[in-house]
Design a binder for this molecule. Structure first.
Ligand code: MN
Length: 195
């Protein structure tokens, strides 16, 4: 049985980037529903002993959709820090690799935002790494993610409308730009180092 993750910050900690109202629906209703559906679908699947990542790699159909969304949202919610805290840019190996591939952090962010804005319909924009540590930015529709493609998931912005519509309505670009203000790069670095 999978359980709804606890948020590592208070419900209003991400305001004004993500309101407490959006967070309560997104975490308490949307993610909870994916967790509940995953738990309903698992028993007959033959995959019930596997880790979430292994389920995502092997499942298809509704089971894949719900397991993928649980994994995506867990990584999404856990990569943020309270808006009141100052944002530290990435450092070390991750920054080196970003600068090697994009020249500047700003150029990287611009491509990430552009791919998030350009994703048609519901999905996720991800920063992912391959086995050699090379980075790429990818658009994934629905519940799809890097794990399903044998890649390491590092950073993700949710571009399903439920992630921003209450606060930003149709202004997806404005929402994505604001997310940098709560992105905790130390967590993204940790994910990269554990590649
Ligand atoms: Mn979502």
């Amino acid at each position: 049985m999978f359980e709804l993750i606890r948020l590592p910050y208070s419900p209003d900690a991400l305001e004004p980037v993500i309101s407490a109202r959006t967070l309560s629906f997104h975490h308490g209703k949307h993610l909870q529903a994916y967790v509940d559906n995953l738990n309903k679908l698992l028993p007959a699947s033959g995959l019930e002993e596997l880790s979430l990542e292994e389920i995502v790699k092997k499942a298809t159909g509704p089971l894949f959709n719900n397991a993928g969304q649980v994994l995506n949202h867990e990584m999404y919610f856990q990569q943020f820090r309270p808006a009141a805290e100052s944002v530290e840019p990435p450092t070390g190996k991750l920054l080196q690799q970003i600068e090697k591939q994009w020249r500047t952090l700003d150029a990287f962010k611009a491509e990430f935002e552009q791919k998030g804005v350009g994703l048609f319909g519901s999905g996720w924009v991800w920063l992912q790494a391959n086995a050699a540590g090379e980075l790429s930015i990818a658009q994934y529709a629905g519940a799809d993610n890097p794990v399903a493609h044998g890649l390491k998931p590092l950073l993700t912005f949710d571009v399903w409308e439920h992630a921003y519509y209450l606060d930003y309505q149709n202004r997806r670009a404005a929402h994505l730009v604001a997310l940098w203000n709560i992105t905790d790069w130390s967590i993204i670095e940790e994910r990269y180092y554990n590649c």
